[in-house]
Write a protein that binds this ligand. Structure first.
Ligand code: AMP
Length: 190
């Protein structure tokens, strides 16, 4: 299996690059953000609860996203590999993911981290908010909070994977093709 974490702050381009990587390697894509937005659309209990956090730019509780991912892994027993996009976002999530994959006899091969400066992220998110209708992309204070939460709770995960020799940082500036080429230069080795 090829199991990739596509990592980076909000607005780094994880979704765009995930779409390309899935096609190239025939992987199953899990975006916790997309799954949560689906739950909000369905107005499920989980979705309505998560919306309270999402609307403030805070993280949804670990237990919620971990059980969502666990379910998705179980539903895809014949997958050639997974791309995790927007997950893990905290150390307990990373530890839970390692455990879930180990139970399946597999592991994360690589964390690809898209690196983009804050001013550029804010610009991209506000632009995306105009098209996507995502309310968390339309409000500067929510955006600022998401970036702050990323820096305090999520960014330390680069150390977690670096300790396992799995961290690769890639500059997330340039055309979609240029960035994709840099990512696949790493993933082609697996
Ligand atoms: P995203 O689409 O990845 O930017 O996620 C949108 C929002 O969903 C985030 O700001 C969080 O509130 C929530 N979310 C998505 N993934 C996670 C996660 N792994 N852990 C906690 N909250 C998450």
């Amino acid at each position: 299996m090829l199991n990739i974490i596509l990592f980076g702050p909000p607005g780094a381009g994880k979704g765009t690059q995930s779409d390309r990587l899935i096609k190239k390697y025939n992987l199953v894509h899990f975006s916790t953000g997309d799954i949560l937005r689906g739950e909000i659309k369905k107005q499920s209990k989980l979705g309505l609860e998560a919306k309270k956090n999402i609307d403030k730019g805070e993280l949804v509780p670990d237990s919620v996203v971990i059980s969502m991912i666990s379910e998705k892994i179980d539903e895809n027993k014949t997958a050639k590999g997974f791309i995790f996009d927007g997950f893990p976002r905290t150390t307990p999530q990373a530890e839970a993911l390692d455990k879930l994959l180990a139970e399946k006899g597999t592991e994360i091969n690589v964390m690809l981290a898209l690196e983009v400066e804050k001013d550029e992220l804010v610009k991209r998110l506000l632009n995306r908010g105009k098209d996507s209708g995502r309310t968390d992309d339309q409000d500067i204070s929510i955006i600022e909070n998401r970036i702050k939460v990323y820096l305090s709770e999520t960014a330390p995960l680069t150390e977690y994977y670096a300790r396992q020799g799995k961290f690769y940082g890639v500059e997330g500036i340039g055309t979609v093709d240029e960035i994709f080429e840099k990512l696949t230069f790493v993933t082609d080795k697996f």
